[in-house]
Design a protein around this ligand. Structure first.
Ligand SMILES: [Mn+2]
Length: 319
């Protein structure tokens, strides 16, 4: 039995899930053995502070990718299937919650399953792509990939650099603080893109630690400065992308937990993705905080199309 078959029972197969089809369901099915990219969902929505609904993220991504049918990217003249052999593990089984449950211990137990899954995917020389769910989960996947010392391109409206929030240490506003503080990532390897909301302490922490920041206003005024920087800094680097859907302006993503104005648009995000050096090697990725409400699948659609563009444009570390 391969180490991937060991973790597979932790997941509900996409065929048995609510949508009933895998992400980017290709006509020609890819087997687990033949795949080089593995997608898995973690529909965690426990600590979100404002709007709820990120538990719908993985399903809305699967549903919109199934409904849109085509995996051909018009402006790239490329089909996703030409670039990746993708396998969808399905969603991590979530524990039953009751009123007495301890949130921290639930998150930590889900977290160990994420770390083990990402670790096994990496050990099988495949790329893990985590679909969320709240941003908390990125901590656990990045922890598994930390030994590759990746440069982290963190797209987000928020810094997520708080030490704790509402009495919770591990929650959706804290993952990058703890990744740095626990020694999993180096602060100067964190590039935060599209930032426009945080508190004074987070800003000071970022400045003191040398976290690289391109806030939304800087990008709006002079995107070329960012494109040049990304192209240079990703040259011959292993990279990880953590993509919070709320980096987009709230007009594109009305359902996510903390939608914010003054955000990026899809053309800007595509330019940024395309500015990544062709010598960069992608080691892993997450797409988090995607939500859906009452048949509003705008975020799922945007998440799918953003993921497709990242997958066709980036060179995968193990290919
Ligand atoms: Mn955010």
């Amino acid at each position: 039995m391969s180490i991937l078959e060991e973790v597979q029972p932790l997941f509900v197969s996409p065929e048995l899930g609510d949508v009933g089809v895998p992400f980017a369901d290709f006509p020609m099915k890819v087997s687990l053995t033949d795949s080089n990219v593995i997608v898995y969902g973690v529909p965690l929505d426990l600590t979100t502070s404002f709007g709820k609904g990120t538990r719908e993220g993985p399903n809305s991504i699967r549903l919109t990718s199934a409904k849109q049918i085509e995996t051909y990217l018009f402006e790239e003249n490329t089909d996703l299937a030409d670039k990746v052999k993708l396998y969808d593990f399905g969603d991590l089984k979530m524990p039953q919650l009751d009123s007495n449950c301890n949130l921290s211990s639930i998150i930590s137990s889900i977290g160990s399953n994420i770390t083990m899954t990402a670790d096994h995917i990496k050990a099988s020389s495949k790329i893990p792509i985590l679909l969320g769910g709240e941003h908390t989960i990125s901590y656990y996947q990045l922890k598994a990939l930390a030994d590759t010392k990746p440069l982290i391109l963190h797209f987000d409206a928020h810094r997520d650099l708080k030490p704790e929030y509402g009495g919770m240490v591990m929650c959706h506003t804290t993952p990058f603080y703890h990744l740095i503080n626990d020694g999993h990532i180096r602060s100067h390897d964190l590039v935060q893109i599209g930032i426009r909301q945080c508190d004074r302490q987070e800003n000071q922490f970022a400045l003191n630690k040398g976290v690289v920041t391109f806030d939304a206003w800087t990008i709006h005024d002079n995107i070329d400065k960012l494109l040049l920087y990304i192209n240079e800094v990703t040259c011959n680097r292993v990279i990880y992308i953590s993509f919070d859907i709320d980096v987009y302006d709230l007009s594109y993503v009305p359902c996510t937990g903390c939608p914010e104005p003054y955000g990026l648009d899809p053309f800007q995000v595509t330019k940024i993705i395309k500015s990544i050096s062709s010598s960069a090697l992608l080691i892993g990725m997450d797409m988090v905080e995607v939500a859906a409400r009452s048949n509003d699948y705008r975020e799922g659609t945007l998440a799918v199309q953003t993921l497709y563009r990242m997958l066709v444009n980036l060179q995968k570390a193990y290919l």
